[in-house]
Design a binder for this molecule. Structure first.
Ligand code: IPE
Length: 254
């Protein structure tokens, strides 16, 4: 079983609201098809982060004006999810959408509980569950954002996938901001060395912690699964990794 996150920076252009990269998703789905059924998580990209930031949703419920933002983010990430579901199903992956709003609760902005039973039933049936970053209820601050990265942590621990793969718009994790000259890709990162790596390069709005947050999630996953970050914008890289070939990317080891 494989667990793959289609990062928001891959499936959308994070700098432009509601910009879906349909061609990229079609290509990624064709690379995933031979390995289905599998578990898929996707980010929100420019379908979630723009309003989430504008309405301060990650900081919790403070005023009723935010409710419009909460509703909009919910609607927009479902719109994105439905576009992805269409491509998956048209291309022969029997995917079922499991929105986290109904099955998870946050506490102070972190995932507190996820009902994994529907995921198990879906997988046991031979279907591919798909979930995504969402705006959810929070037992401390009313509501907050459940990043797809938190869902990856919970699902990796529960399912112990053979490989857990984060698809990003960069080749992996660098020793500093990859926009800086001299930045080097780190092919293998041990969990104990991870503190200095993964400095965020995100200049665009990201309410869920950018690259450093992703690395923290990978460190949590490493005891349960082989965990990788690779570039989802480079054709063939995902298929090659799934086929067990050596690819450019970063692997986090316990
Ligand atoms: C963010 O999810 C969810 C919302 C902003 C609603 P992610 O953190 O998984 O999204 P990406 O991958 O960074 O876009």
């Amino acid at each position: 079983m494989y667990l793959v996150k289609l990062g928001g920076s891959v499936i959308t252009d994070k700098a432009r609201p509601l910009s879906f990269r349909e061609d990229v998703v079609r290509r990624l789905v064709s690379e995933l098809k031979p390995f289905s059924p599998l578990i898929i998580v996707h980010g929100a990209g420019s379908f979630g982060h723009v309003y989430a930031k504008e309405y301060g949703l990650a900081d919790g419920f403070k005023s009723s004006e935010q409710l419009e933002g909460f509703a909009r983010v919910q609607r927009d990430v479902r719109d994105l999810n439905m576009r992805i579901m269409n491509i998956l199903i048209e291309n022969g992956i029997n995917a079922v959408s499991l929105p986290p709003f109904a099955s998870c609760e946050n506490s102070d902005g972190r995932l507190k509980s996820l009902d994994t039973a529907p995921f198990h039933r879906t997988v046991d049936m031979g279907l591919s569950p798909v979930t995504f970053g969402d705006a959810v209820f929070d037992d401390k601050i009313g509501f907050s954002i459940c990043s797809g990265d938190y869902l990856m942590e919970a699902l990796a621990e529960e399912f112990r996938p053979e490989k857990t793969i984060f698809l990003s718009d960069v080749d992996g994790i660098y020793d500093r901001n990859p926009a800086e000259t001299g930045a080097e890709l780190l092919p293998v990162i041990s969990s104990s060395d991870s503190v200095s790596a993964g400095k965020s390069r995100d200049g665009v709005s990201d309410v869920t912690g950018g690259m450093a947050g992703k690395l923290a999630s990978m460190v949590k996953i490493a005891p349960f699964s082989e965990v990788w970050m690779i570039n989802g914008l480079v054709p063939g890289r995902l298929a090659n990794l799934l086929n067990g070939e050596t690819v450019i990317g970063s692997k986090v080891i316990p």
